[in-house]
Design a protein around this ligand. Structure first.
Ligand code: G3I
Length: 321
């Protein structure tokens, strides 16, 4: 039936995938990605990031991300937008600029306003702030935290909300699922944004997991509910489960399936979990081997676009829901 169709039948909004415009000419890739029963939401893997979309001050390059938005529309898929305020993949003019509070506030405000306005009413959600936390739950050192202090958080959400009142505004981060101090930091961020009367609607758990080290269903339900208690919806926004040893043996392949299933069940268990996005669906294009050499094969489909046991397991859990 396809994962998205099954997910919708189970009462959720989407099962989506990250999509990379560099791979658009790969026909077998497109055949799966463009099937709206399989993936009901596209998230641009890189093309909406600051270095891609405003590489020089005042110079915007929307073409790649526009092509993703167009394709999502043609396919009848939702579009999830990623990301606005992030310390990584910044263009040199931001990373190396000599900023004061006033000038960086102006540049950040202009960036968010321009990009959110360009995609106004097209984005189901925006990852407004991405990965602002260090592992110990304090703010990560970045150009934003160093020049603006914590005020860059409510600022980003207010500016995004003013530019597109219809988009759900998310705080998105990794390791919230495995690192209690970091989850506590994310709860503080949400409360700080709310205390400043800025809009925030969702928490994105990136869910970059490893086989055998994936938090279980119960832990993921408890974690989500702490954010639901603050009024937020939840989503697993970048799910993958990397093998630690390649090629994976049969035990690890089965464990990967179990790990994926636990995450899917944790979304099904929480009414305010709206859906799941995988961070690429084929091992052919996963980011993991580039960043963590030796790890990988983290996706639901293999390099030859064959569904893996994890795919079959997820599909049958959804079909039974
Ligand atoms: O597009 C250029 C290409 O022109 C050039 O020839 C090539 C040579 O290295 O690089 C290409 O850019 C790469 C880009 O991906 C597109 O493929 C960058 O080097 C590479 O660094 C970049 O990696 C991305 C990474 O974010 C950067 O931080 C990954 O694809 C992307 O999956 C990853 O995504 C992040 C999320 O945004 C946030 N959460 C974590 C997640 C995984 O790191």
């Amino acid at each position: 039936q396809g994962l998205h169709r099954l997910m919708v039948n189970a009462g959720k909004l989407y099962f989506g995938t990250a999509i990379e415009t560099n791979n658009f000419n790969d026909r077998p890739y497109r055949a799966i990605a463009d099937n709206p029963d399989e993936f009901g939401m596209y998230v641009p893997e890189n093309s909406q990031k600051w270095e891609a979309i405003q590489p020089r001050q005042g110079v915007f390059s929307f073409d790649a991300a526009d092509s993703v938005a167009r394709l999502a529309k043609t396919n009848g898929q939702l579009f999830r937008c990623h990301t606005l305020t992030w310390h990584s993949q910044l263009p040199p003019f931001v990373q190396n600029g000599t900023w004061t509070r006033a000038t960086l506030t102006a540049v950040l405000t202009a960036h968010i306003t321009s990009v959110v306005t360009h995609y106004k009413s097209l984005c189901y959600a925006w990852d407004v702030v991405n990965e602002a936390l260090a592992e110990n739950g304090t703010l990560r050192a970045s150009v934003f935290s160093q020049i603006l202090g914590p005020s860059f958080l409510p600022l980003s959400f207010s500016v995004a909300g003013a530019a597109d009142p219809s988009a759900k505004l998310y705080y998105n981060d990794f390791n919230l699922e495995t690192t209690p101090a970091k989850a506590a930091g994310a709860l503080r961020i949400v409360q700080q944004i709310q205390a400043a009367a800025a809009p925030i609607h969702g928490i994105g758990f990136q869910a970059h997991f490893r086989v055998g080290q994936t938090p279980n269903r119960t832990a993921l339900v408890t974690l989500q509910n702490r954010f639901v208690a603050l009024g937020l919806e939840t989503s697993f926004t970048e799910l993958d489960v990397a093998h630690l040893t390649l090629p994976a043996n049969a035990t690890a392949v089965a464990r990967q399936a179990t790990d994926y299933v636990g995450v899917v069940q944790a979304c099904l268990d929480v009414p305010r979990c709206v859906g799941i996005v995988v961070w690429q669906f084929t091992d052919k294009y996963s980011w993991i081997p580039n960043t963590f050499p030796g790890l990988g094969d983290a996706c639901l489909f293999d390099r030859d676009f064959k569904p893996k046991p994890a795919y079959t397991a997820v599909a049958s859990v959804l079909a039974a829901a």
